[in-house]
Design a protein around this ligand. Structure first.
Ligand code: NAD
Ligand code: TYD
Length: 336
């Protein structure tokens, strides 16, 4: 039995990771540390279905409180999902990104070193590599060139993680993944925002000319890649995880509207995001060759699953859009 400390386990990807472990791996006990920001949902995890599950509501940047978690438990693995994760928010308020993504990661690294944990996995993003033109792919050797406060904070964290490998010989691993989509994603991100606005008859804000490109990966595929790296990855290495599904924003919104049988007139071109990265695309041949990882779902099938989840789980997202998110929606799009 291994004990895995997961941070950010009430957010989108952390929730899916914990559910995957609960369903498939009885040999891994989860300790979930989450400060429960706007992006978290305490109802996501049903504690009764999990053996050995513990939850701590705390900020990973708080040394004393996080230290108690390490003192109280025998932790083997740390997987760091906790982050401020939305680029638009980082443009409006970068300081919280520095606090959580950089200081929080440093705190977690220091405690993990002190407690001699077996493995530390940092969950990172393709956005640390910057922006691509029409051609080319990010590889693990692509120089870091972050362009938003969000990606700058994630790149800083990645470098701290690697510094603990070189300086202290700490057993660290890093994954960098493409844009995720799927169940439990907070509706500030493009795909759930499009689905929910379409269902509620609201305009869908499309930034700039709508031709920015992202590589999309279904969250379950990402979660499997994370577990592969945690169990079989080589220390001190970075592994890109991609979805092999590049698409322009206008095309993905159009596809979702067609699947929902909603009018394209809902699309509203709005002022572009400041410093908007043009294109992300991944070369993930390293994880494929070394760990035999490949994404299983194509974008079309993944979108069908995602749309049907949001249709079946209205309660989950209606609580969000009638609460804090309504205020956020106004400040972000109507006052931009
Ligand atoms: P999310 O915003 O949905 O969830 C983040 C979670 O972290 C929330 O539950 C929040 O409460 C928690 N959190 C925030 N600050 C905290 C703090 N100081 N202490 C403890 N908990 C805190 O994010 P997500 O989309 O699930 O992303 C998870 C990770 O994956 C992030 O590190 C992100 O950078 C990375 N990532 C995300 C994507 C994507 O497309 N969403 C792609 C690649 C990598
Ligand atoms: P987002 O989901 O915020 O992820 P990221 O910025 O981390 O890639 O945005 C995905 C793409 O969609 C990005 O090019 C910005 C664009 N976008 C819109 O056009 N409208 C929106 O309302 C949002 C949230 C994003």
């Amino acid at each position: 039995m291994k004990t895995c400390l997961v941070t950010g386990g009430l957010g989108f990807i952390g929730t899916n990771f914990i559910k995957y472990i609960a369903a498939n791996r009885k040999d891994i006990a989860i300790i979930n540390v989450d400060s429960v920001t706007y992006a978290a949902n305490p109802c996501n995890i049903d504690e009764k279905t999990m053996t050995g599950y513990k939850f701590y509501k705390l900020d990973i940047a708080n040394n004393d409180e996080l230290g108690n978690v390490f003192n109280e438990n025998n932790i083997d693995y740390v997987v760091n999902f906790a982050a401020e994760s939305h680029v638009d928010r980082s443009i409006m308020n970068p300081a919280i990104f520095v606090r959580t993504n950089i200081e929080g990661t440093l705190n977690l690294l220091k405690l993990s070193l002190e407690h001699k944990i077996e493995k530390f996995l940092q969950i990172s993003t393709d956005e640390v590599y910057g922006s691509l033109g029409k051609d080319g792919l990010f590889t693990e050797m692509t120089p870091l060139s972050p362009r938003s406060p969000y990606s700058a904070s994630k790149a800083s964290a990645d470098m701290l993680v690697m510094s603990f490998f070189h300086t202290y010989g700490m057993p660290v691993l890093t994954t960098r993944c493409s844009n995720n989509y799927g169940q439990y994603q907070f509706p500030e991100k493009l795909i759930p925002l499009t689905i929910i606005n379409a269902l509620t008859g609201k305009e869908i804000p499309l930034y700039g000319d709508g031709k920015n490109i992202r590589d999309w990966i279904y969250v379950d595929d990402h979660v499997r890649g994370v577990l592969d790296v945690l169990e079989k990855g080589r220390f001190g290495e970075v592994y890109n995880i991609g979805g092999r599904s590049e698409m322009q924003n206008i095309d993905i919104i159009t596809l979702i509207l067609k699947k929902l049988n909603k009018p394209l007139s809902l699309i509203k071109y709005v002022k572009d995001r400041a410093g908007h990265d043009r294109r992300y695309a991944m070369d993930f041949s390293k994880i494929t060759k070394e760990l035999r990882f490949n994404p299983q779902l194509n974008l079309n099938d993944g979108l069908d699953l995602t749309i049907s989840w949001y249709l079946k789980n209205e309660d989950w997202w209606k609580k969000i859009i009638s609460g804090d998110y309504r205020h956020y929606y106004k400040t972000m799009y109507e006052m931009r």
